[in-house]
Design a protein around this ligand. Structure first.
Ligand code: UN1
Length: 515
């Protein structure tokens, strides 16, 4: 598929003008923003996708104010199942446009088309989950210690939610947050990564169709497209936004967290991962091989859940590594729009530099590059590399970092306890996996003395989590949880209620206070 022609089709389909598009929307309306233009380029061939006029503070204020006002005057009092109807119709709409949305993801950030379709599917799944949830925002009833008293808790909408997302999942991460926030009665304000503005614009166009059809007011689903110089510290410091959900690097997350903490706002942080998989002697090695390959090279190593560290038992070490290298040799690297390609380009020059820098440092710190690591220079852009495998027998500074590229470190272990210690030896704590057919080993890995990560998998990849579970991790990953399970609670405010229906006033804890 040709990049230029496909892009033109996508723009015609969604009716997007790629020249100086507005960077701010309150739903169906786009504001006439006047800031510097942000350009978006396709990593596939380096061609210009389009430009967006970034919103200066005046427009940011207008959008945040609209989100606050619509929340207060309208959205929070719409019954939750009715809010769910909006989300259900968004799901219907996304199903219609799935292929075009997927193509845009691939063109703008470079993941292979199969994975882009999977990403749009995550959005659809999130909608379905949220629609069900809209009838289940349950509170608990608690036994009161007092005579004729009722004690219970209820959940109320919180307010406008700021959603800051990374380039690697330019639609799904927003949807994990926004679909939940919407049924919870919150309005949303999305600031996407600077690398993927047109994915956001297309998403807003799709949502806008539904808002328009129902004549819903502006301010429910809002967008601010701009670099952090525009939509940055002021946005984070804005106390009209009670919750900021941030997905991105540890460094950027630490910065955001401090600004929001200063005003005692809430955050959901989904920061870096440095995920490991342990392959034990009892594992189904064929299955493990496929899972390891998908985990390590999927999205060209640019998922938070990408497999970065492989921990092999000494008895299967040579055999497994040899098979892995053979599989890597068969990987097709190229245009991610081509259905047969496994690995597309990295997103930017910066990612390329990080990849080569990590390989260099890995060697300096005692690693041995056993496969890949070349820059493929005969490609339509400068952003293609051959995924790399590096043997390294210890934990060192470079293996403690999240290198957002397809670079896999391989360690050897003897005892399972040693493998678990290696799994836990890094500052991040997002995803982890063990490959074993040994019940006791699996249970040990899942026990309190096992993996310290937010996600722990047995006989499946570190990446590719379903939306039904809560997604997020511990330690420097930030502790936030998004998507399924009870992650919705972070988007609402809990209210504990005591009702006295007695004729007197019994106090809790048996206190006597007579006047
Ligand atoms: C991310 O890279 O930020 O589990 C999220 C997965 C996907 C989400 C990745 N469902 O790999």
């Amino acid at each position: 598929m040709d990049v230029k022609r496909t892009l033109q089709e996508v723009f015609d389909y969604f009716d997007i003008d790629p020249k100086g598009h507005s960077g701010a929307s309150t739903g169906t309306k786009w504001l006439s923003t006047d800031g510097e233009e942000l350009a978006s380029y396709s990593p596939i061939d380096g061609s210009l996708i389009g430009t967006v006029k970034q919103p200066s503070q005046e427009y940011i204020d207008e959008v945040v104010e609209q989100a606050r006002k619509t929340f207060e005057d309208y959205w929070r009092m719409v019954p939750a199942p009715k809010r769910g109807e909006l989300v259900r119709e968004i799901a219907d709409e996304v199903r219609k446009h799935k292929e075009m949305l997927a193509r845009l993801i691939t063109i703008e950030m470079g993941k292979i088309i199969q994975e882009s379709r999977g990403e749009v599917q995550e959005w659809i799944d999130m909608c379905d989950f949220a629609v069900g949830l809209s009838r289940q925002l349950y509170g608990l009833t608690i036994a009161s210690e007092r005579y004729r008293h009722r004690l219970y808790e209820q959940w109320h909408p919180l307010g406008p939610v700021g959603i800051i997302t990374a380039f690697n999942f330019p639609m799904a991460v927003w949807s994990w947050n926004a679909m939940i926030a919407l049924v919870c009665g919150d309005t949303t304000i999305w600031k996407p990564a600077s690398a993927t503005p047109f994915c956001t614009i297309a998403v807003q166009k799709v949502v806008g169709k539904v808002l328009e059809r129902h004549g819903l007011p502006e301010g429910i689903v809002n967008v601010l497209v701009g670099s952090s110089r525009y939509v940055g510290d002021n946005f984070l410091a804005d106390s009209r936004i009670p919750l900021i959900s941030f997905t991105g690097s540890v460094e950027a997350g630490r910065h955001a967290y401090q600004i929001v903490a200063k005003r005692l706002g809430r955050t959901i942080l989904e920061l870096g991962g440095n995920n490991a998989a342990i392959v034990t002697p009892s594992a189904d090695l064929g299955l493990a091989l496929r899972a390891v390959t998908f985990g390590a090279v999927g999205t060209a190593g640019q998922r938070c859940t990408t497999l970065r560290r492989l921990i092999l038992h000494e008895s299967i070490y040579d055999q497994f590594l040899e098979s892995l290298v053979n599989v890597y040799k068969q990987l097709r690297i190229g245009n991610p729009l081509d259905e047969s390609v496994h690995v597309g380009p990295l997103v930017s020059e910066e990612s390329i530099n990080t990849f080569f820098d990590a390989i260099k440092r890995g060697k300096e710190e005692g690693g041995k590059l056993i496969y890949g690591g070349e820059h493929l220079t005969d490609m339509p852009s400068n952003l293609y590399v051959r995924p790399a495998i590096m043997e390294i027998d210890h934990v060192c500074p470079v293996t403690c970092e999240e290198t957002f590229a397809p670079l896999l470190y391989v360690h050897k272990y003897r005892e399972i306890e040693e493998a678990i210690a290696l799994n836990n030896a890094v500052p991040q704590g997002l995803s982890s996996a063990i490959f074993t057919n040994h019940l006791k080993e699996a249970e040990l890995f899942l026990s309190p003395i096992g993996s310290d990560c937010g996600i722990a998998n047995v006989n499946t990849s570190t990446s590719g989590a379903e939306i039904g579970g809560a997604f997020g991790g511990e330690k420097e990953t930030g502790g936030g949880r998004e998507a399924g399970s009870d992650a919705w609670k972070a988007y609402m405010r809990r209210q504990t209620v005591t009702i006295n229906w007695a004729d007197d006033l019994p106090l809790a804890q048996g206190i006597k206070f007579e006047v």
